[in-house]
Design a protein around this ligand. Structure first.
Ligand code: CDP
Length: 250
């Protein structure tokens, strides 16, 4: 049975191996809020990898200078100011020990973050932080390359997509707490499409990911779908012995 067509899904998972649910997708596809909600329902930890890229970008902006002249070592140097404070169900990124949530979600960081995220040494730093805080826990991790690079052996991989207009509308409702105008949605759609293009190299759907188009789904519907898939994984984490072909414990 082990040579079944890929992706090979063993009937019983190693009970000692922690579960990783990887949620990837383009800008504003609802990854973080979905991941957070899924983690709550499953009592897993949530790790938002994008928040780390955002925090590093905010720290680099504080250091000043023209963003198109930022060198990789200068970005890596400020990454050391970024740490993660554990919360009940996840982490808050800190800059120099302080929360900077408003700053990291702001327009300036959003404009510059892709530049920082393209730097290979920065990606390695973020990936090792994400793996470090996930170690020993069942986790839901969201980003762009979680199922391909950070946790290629995640037991459940989701790739969330949605129509750009719908994504822009959701992002604006979240930001403005009111119904956005069509002109505002058009402008935000343009910004999202540009960011998607800048992030294209690292935004990769894993071969064994489940693709979910959320354009016509409510957030609770998409959460329920992922939770049901994840419960399918946890229910196979039985008391029986590990199955051949499964990677060892993390
Ligand atoms: O705003 P949105 O929710 O789409 O993005 P985010 O998850 O907060 O990520 C912000 C930025 O970090 C993205 O635009 C990417 O440039 C970068 N990122 C990445 O390159 N790889 C990841 N695994 C996560 C984020």
């Amino acid at each position: 049975m082990n040579d079944a067509t890929p992706p090979y899904v063993p009937a019983v998972l190693d009970p000692n191996r922690k579960v990783v649910v990887a949620i990837d997708g383009p800008a504003a596809s609802g990854k973080s809020s979905t991941a957070q909600w899924v983690a709550e329902k499953l009592a897993f930890r949530h790790v938002d990898s994008g928040a780390l890229y955002r925090a590093i970008t905010a720290a680099r902006l504080r250091a000043g200078g023209q963003s198109d002249e930022w060198s990789e070592p200068s970005v890596l140097a400020v990454a050391r100011q970024v740490s993660l404070r554990p919360t009940e169900r996840g982490f808050i990124p800190l800059i120099k020990g302080e929360s900077a949530e408003g700053e990291i979600r702001g327009g300036e960081v959003t404009r510059e973050v892709s530049r920082v995220a393209r730097m290979q040494a920065v990606r390695e730093w973020v990936n090792s932080e994400v793996r470090r805080v996930a170690e020993g826990h069942d986790v839901v991790v969201d980003g762009r390359d979680i199922g391909t690079v950070v946790f290629p052996d995640a037991q459940l991989k989701i790739f969330l997509v949605a129509d750009p207009w719908e994504r822009a509308k959701r992002r604006l409702v979240q930001r403005l707490s009111r119904r956005p105008t069509d002109a505002e949605i058009a402008e935000e759609t343009e910004r999202l499409v540009q960011r998607d293009a800048r992030d294209a190299t690292q935004t990769v759907q894993a071969r064994d990911a489940v693709l979910i188009d959320t354009t016509y789904l409510t957030q609770s519907e998409q959460v329920e779908r992922i939770v049901a898939l994840a419960r399918g994984v946890t229910s196979r984490r039985g008391a029986t012995s590990p199955v051949d072909g499964e990677a060892g414990s993390r």
